[in-house]
Design a protein around this ligand. Structure first.
Ligand code: ADP
Length: 624
């Protein structure tokens, strides 16, 4: 029934009692029934209603008494009316007290509802008698649903300890605290920190338990994640092959903050104050080192470690200053290279990365990751040594090439000198020596000797990679001189030489002796290829202009070149001859290429070889 209804019925009842009191002979006794009207009004839980009802009843009692009896009569009806009034008064007092108590309780219950924790009360049998708002929201059951249920059954509570042990402890101390798991109406599992307090009645007998639950599911999950992360870090720390040093730089932070120099001036300051740096090294406190670093430093355990980095860094370390500057400037990472001094004094080259915690952090823990680069250094040193060796080998090879080239190129003029010398001797030993011929042959000897010396000079400059002498040369003249040089040798082998040069050949730029040598080599090779072979032995030398280039071919009627030999023909030291050196064609090709031309060969085995060389001609310097 609503408040208005209660008020209405209370008033109706009071009036009914009044009517009966006034209209019936029952007299004052019926007035006791006003108590019921007051009790009805009290049900509205409003103090005012109680007061109004009580006042109304008293007024009605007095009025009824006065209308039924005159004032003079002091007799038993008056007594009865007084008793009624007393009854009304006492009831009102009690009801008001009850109301006050209820109001207090309601206020307390409201406080419990304000709590962020889940709060409920259960009786000794475990049946829920109170269930606060947060419990409703978190566990999902409304107070109406929860009240009257067995708490453990409803929440499917799982305890870490045995329930009996908990109960015994609770009875003994009146309290219990612990972590339990509860299930919500939706089935989710919540981890809560539970606090129980035993409630006693006025006789000291336990009547129920007040439980408060704090939801710590997220906190527990976060904590577990943290623990896992810490375990992962530990595993990495312990098992990593990279050395890790944990250091505390809070002392350094204070020392840096106290410095007069900041920012860009810091480096200068430290250069001028080596004492500060030395002192700072003592302030970088080592808190832990992993096994990999212990091994690197030759330490048996982390305990063997000195408490700061001072001893770990060598006297000449420059990396610490750089790291300090990075730290002072609030950088998060710093990389560097230094030498780590082992406990036995040996030095290990290392590469390191330091990670600093953000500047805003209170703690100044830094992690230093260290890699031993001894092997890399060794590999680098080995590489440098190998490079030096290679360079040396190349020099030796050049020397070999130089001597081989000289030997090869000088061989021909020497042979010519011997031939001329022998001819001279023959003219001298005649009965009547022909001095004119002797003079001619000695002239040849002198010319060939000079030539040999020129060749040596040219080859040396050539191998020094000095640019060739750049004269403007007439190709016809070079061909003429070259054929002259080999004429005797070819004649000895019975080789015919046919020279076909196009008229008005443009000049080329280059070194006269070197280009002569190219032709001499090609002609001698052709002669040697045909020597001792049956059939006609002819070398045809042609010179033509082909666009930008001037082309010279040396064609023989020898055996030609085996297909297998073709790819290696121009390699130094490739030869098929018994006493051959294999330098001629190599020198020819290098010479031609140094003059901006090309040297190639075409051959059909059995029908001779044709060497083709091209040289760029220079119209601007055309000879008159
Ligand atoms: P060498 O004459 O000392 O052997 P070359 O470099 O001048 O060195 O020649 C290399 C090789 O090329 C020769 O051994 C020979 O086999 C081959 N060769 C060169 N010219 C000819 C040619 N005109 N006909 C056939 N083979 C040739």
């Amino acid at each position: 029934m609503g408040r208005a209804g209660l008020r209405f019925w209370s008033a109706v009842l009071a009036l009914a009692v009044f009517m009966v009191d006034v209209l019936t002979p029952l007299e004052g006794a019926v007035a006791v029934l006003y108590v019921v009207a007051i009790l009805l009004a009290a049900r509205t839980n409003r103090r005012n209603d109680i007061v109004v009802a009580a006042t109304g009843c008293i007024v009605l009692t007095v009025v009824a008494y006065l209308t039924s009896h005159d004032l003079q009569t002091i007799a038993s009806p008056a007594l009865r009316a007084l008793v009624s009034l007393a009854a009304i008064g006492i009831t009102t007092l009690l009801v008001l007290q009850n109301h006050a108590a209820t109001t207090r309780l309601a206020a307390q219950a409201r406080l419990l509802n304000l709590s962020h924790d889940m709060i409920f009360v259960r009786d000794r049998g475990g049946v829920i008698t109170f269930w606060n708002k947060t419990a409703e929201q978190t566990y999902g059951w409304s107070a109406d649903e929860a009240v009257g249920q067995l708490a453990d059954k409803l929440l499917r509570t799982s305890y870490a300890e045995r329930r009996e042990t908990i109960e015994a402890g609770l009875l003994e101390t009146g309290r219990w605290e612990g972590r339990v798991e509860q299930r919500t109406k939706a089935g989710a599992v919540l981890t809560v920190d539970a606090r129980w307090a035993l409630q006693h009645n006025h006789l000291g007998k336990p009547v129920g338990v007040l439980e408060t639950h704090t939801d710590v599911t997220d906190r527990v999950a976060a904590h577990n994640a943290l623990v896992q992360s810490e375990q992962r870090y530990r595993r990495m720390f312990d098992a990593s092959r990279i050395g890790v040093v944990e250091e505390d730089w809070s002392g350094l932070r204070a020392a840096l903050d106290a410095l007069p120099a900041q920012g860009a001036e810091l480096r200068d300051y430290m250069a001028r104050n080596p004492d500060f740096v030395r002192q700072a090294r003592g302030l970088a406190r080592i808190t832990d080192v992993n096994p990999a670093l212990q091994k690197m430093a030759g330490a048996a355990s982390a305990a063997a470690f000195i408490e700061n980095v001072d001893k770990l860094l060598g006297e000449n370390d420059r990396s610490f200053v750089d790291a300090l500057v990075a730290f002072a400037q609030g950088e998060r990472f710093h990389e560097g290279e230094t030498e780590l001094v082992r406990l036995d004094g040996r030095k290990v080259p290392v590469l390191f990365t330091i990670t600093f915690s953000p500047r805003s952090d209170e703690d100044h823990d830094v992690l230093v990751f260290v890699i031993d680069i001894t092997e890399r250094r060794q590999a680098q040193d080995a590489l440098l040594a190998a490079q030096a060796e290679l360079a040396h080998a190349a020099r030796v090879a050049t020397l070999g090439e130089l001597s081989a080239s000289i030997a090869h190129e000088v061989n021909q003029p020497l042979a010519a000198i011997v031939t001329s010398g022998e001819a001279g001797l023959r003219w001298l030993r005649r009965d009547i020596p022909d001095l004119k011929e002797v003079a001619t042959t000695i002239g040849h000897v002198v010319a060939q000797g000079r030539r040999a010396s020129e060749i040596v000079t040219r080859i040396r400059t050539f191998l020094k990679k000095a640019p060739p002498e750049q004269g403007v040369l007439h190709v016809g003249e070079i061909i003429e001189e070259a054929t002259e040089l080999v004429a005797r040798e070819l004649a000895r082998d019975d080789v015919a030489l046919v020279v076909e040069t196009a008229p008005d050949l443009p000049p080329v730029r280059g070194d006269r002796v070197q280009l002569q040598q190219v032709l001499v080599n090609l002609l001698i090779n052709a002669g040697q290829a045909m020597s001792g072979r049956p059939g006609s032995r002819t070398i045809t030398l042609r010179a033509t202009v082909d666009g930008e280039m001037l082309g010279i071919t040396v064609q023989d009627s020898g055996p030609g070149i085996q297909a297998d030999d073709l790819p290696r023909l121009f390699d130094p030291f490739f030869t098929t001859k018994d006493g051959g050196m294999g330098m001629g064609l190599a020198i020819c090709r290098t010479t031609v290429e140094a003059h901006g031309g090309r040297l190639s060969v075409a051959s059909t085995p059995g029908s001779g070889a044709t060497f083709h060389l091209t040289l760029p001609h220079s119209q601007e310097h055309a000879l008159p």
